[in-house]
Design a protein around this ligand. Structure first.
Ligand code: BG6
Length: 474
């Protein structure tokens, strides 16, 4: 649908950007922080370690000042569970509380709304030793951690996100470095979906707790949602797209919003003997937990076709290559879409289609918690001419406006990432930030911050509340 006139962005629109603790903070074992699964995972030789990252832990004031200079209305960051509770449960690390208090206060000082992700791929290593999300007690661990956060930060944090990309954790755990599998497990798939179930129950209980403890706060999930297209109008391709949409997207949101498992996914799990076991009270907990909005990360759409029984399955290597499964779906590339330097498809129109679909299914306000372009940025004479990023962001912002004009309630845009940080599996070379951090994969250099061209452009976008998206290529 083409509109003759676009609606404006709402006055209170949350323009900002995102980071996550284990990718940006550094200080991975400083001031009493316990290790997370990310700090103890075995990494292939030649992979950036996570001890320093962008050193946000020590530069947070400077970083928030840069965000304020861009005019941010919001900053989405995550709290490292093991910085607050080094063992995952029990003793609180006061220095960890102090750090997040300072960070939140710094945001507030600049009128930046903190949007806090509680869990972003960084399970405390001590809890991994106790069985991670496989252990039914993980529901109580997460509740205990949430209570600590609500008690300490709830007076100043109004927006909470439960679990970042739970769907990617479930589908791509090994790629993200957060994979846990008990020894002697005989049905890996069942185990993975049992972990997923514990996360869903934990999330539901935490949403309920949030509403009890902080009646004015808002809380929601933050999955990675990519609308899945059928490669052709061949009916079997359409079924494959429905299958992958259900497995990749709707499972997570149907449970979060409606408290019930998606029927397509349930029957898929049933056939594989992989349905999760419900403990007493789980069904009720799922029904009782309600999100106030849907946070979601979007990088691009996905495309699939039918996968007949004879076809080999493809192993997904990251969030963009969905792999495939015999009889269910087979990922394929979309000939209508360009790709980034890192091979990720770019689909701004798919962003609008995803927002329309999300709103039609769930009727809840949408908060964009990630979106962005990873690239090999170059620092030349103190400047970074990242017009490719500006182009990507501009096209996506335009589609938000179209979705708003379509009648979709979108409350904020927080692309990835506020400043450069370490990618999940591509190190420091794949940059997303508005601010360049002067370090290489292995050479920490000066860690000095430089404003990229996208920094100045985004400042203008925010100032004009999304009216002025123009830019001049350098
Ligand atoms: C999202 C994650 O999947 O995508 C982030 O929430 C991640 O943690 C981002 O960094 C970009 O992915 P990548 O693999 O390019 O770092």
């Amino acid at each position: 649908m083409y509109h003759k006139e676009q609606k404006s962005f709402p006055k209170e629109f949350l323009w900002g950007a995102s980071t996550s603790a284990y990718q940006v903070e550094g200080a991975s074992l400083e001031d009493g922080k316990g290790p997370s699964c990310q700090d103890v995972k075995s990494v292939p030789e030649g992979t950036t370690d996570l001890k320093v990252c962008a050193d946000h832990y020590h530069h947070y004031k400077e970083d928030i000042a840069l965000m304020a200079e861009m005019g941010f209305k919001s900053y989405r960051f995550s709290i490292a569970w093991s910085r607050v509770l080094p063992e995952g449960t029990g003793t609180i690390n006061q220095k960890g509380i102090d750090f997040y208090n300072n960070l939140i206060n710094e945001c507030r000082k600049h009128q930046i709304e903190p949007i806090v992700t509680m869990f972003h791929f960084d399970m405390p290593a001590a809890l991994d030793k106790r069985g991670s999300w496989s252990n039914r007690d993980s529901v109580d661990w997460f509740l205990e951690y949430a209570r600590v956060m609500f008690e300490h930060f709830g007076d100043r944090v109004r927006y909470w996100l439960t679990i970042n990309e739970q769907n990617m954790l479930t589908l791509l755990g090994p790629v993200i470095g957060s994979f846990y599998m008990p020894e002697n497990c005989t049905n890996q798939m069942k185990e993975i979906y049992q972990q997923n179930h514990h996360q869903l129950v934990a999330q539901a209980k935490v949403m309920t707790l949030c509403h009890e403890m902080l009646p004015d706060a808002k809380i929601g999930p933050a999955p990675n949602i990519s609308l899945v297209y059928a490669e052709k109008c061949k009916p079997e391709d359409v079924l494959a797209a429905q299958n992958y949409n259900a497995i990749r997207n709707w499972l997570y949101l149907d449970v979060a919003v409606y408290g019930t498992y998606n029927h397509l996914v349930w029957s898929y799990l049933e056939e594989r003997g992989a349905c999760p076991e419900f403990s007493e009270g789980d069904a009720e907990a799922l029904k009782n937990g309600h999100p106030d909005f849907i946070g979601f990360n979007y990088y691009a759409s996905a495309t699939v076709r039918e996968n007949n029984e004879m076809e080999n399955d493809g192993e997904p290597s990251d969030q963009q290559s969905g792999g495939g499964e015999a009889g269910i779906y087979m990922s394929c590339s979309n000939p209508y879409l360009a790709k980034t330097e890192f091979g990720w498809e770019v689909d701004p129109v798919g962003f609008r289609a995803t927002m329309r679909e999300l709103y039609s299914r769930y009727h809840l306000p949408l908060l964009v918690t990630e979106n962005g372009l990873g690239a090999y940025d170059k620092l030349e004479n103190g400047k970074i001419h990242d017009f490719y990023r500006i182009k990507y962001l501009k096209e996506h912002i335009k589609e938000i406006q179209s979705a708003i004009t379509d009648g979709v309630a979108v409350i904020g845009y927080n692309p990835w990432s506020a400043i450069d940080l370490v990618s999940t599996h591509e190190g420091m070379k794949k940059r997303y930030g508005f601010v360049f951090v002067d370090r290489d994969e292995f050479d920490l250099k000066t860690l000095k911050r430089y404003r990229k061209d996208s920094f100045y452009w985004y400042k203008k976008v925010i100032e004009s509340n999304g009216c002025d998206l123009e830019y001049q290529e350098a």
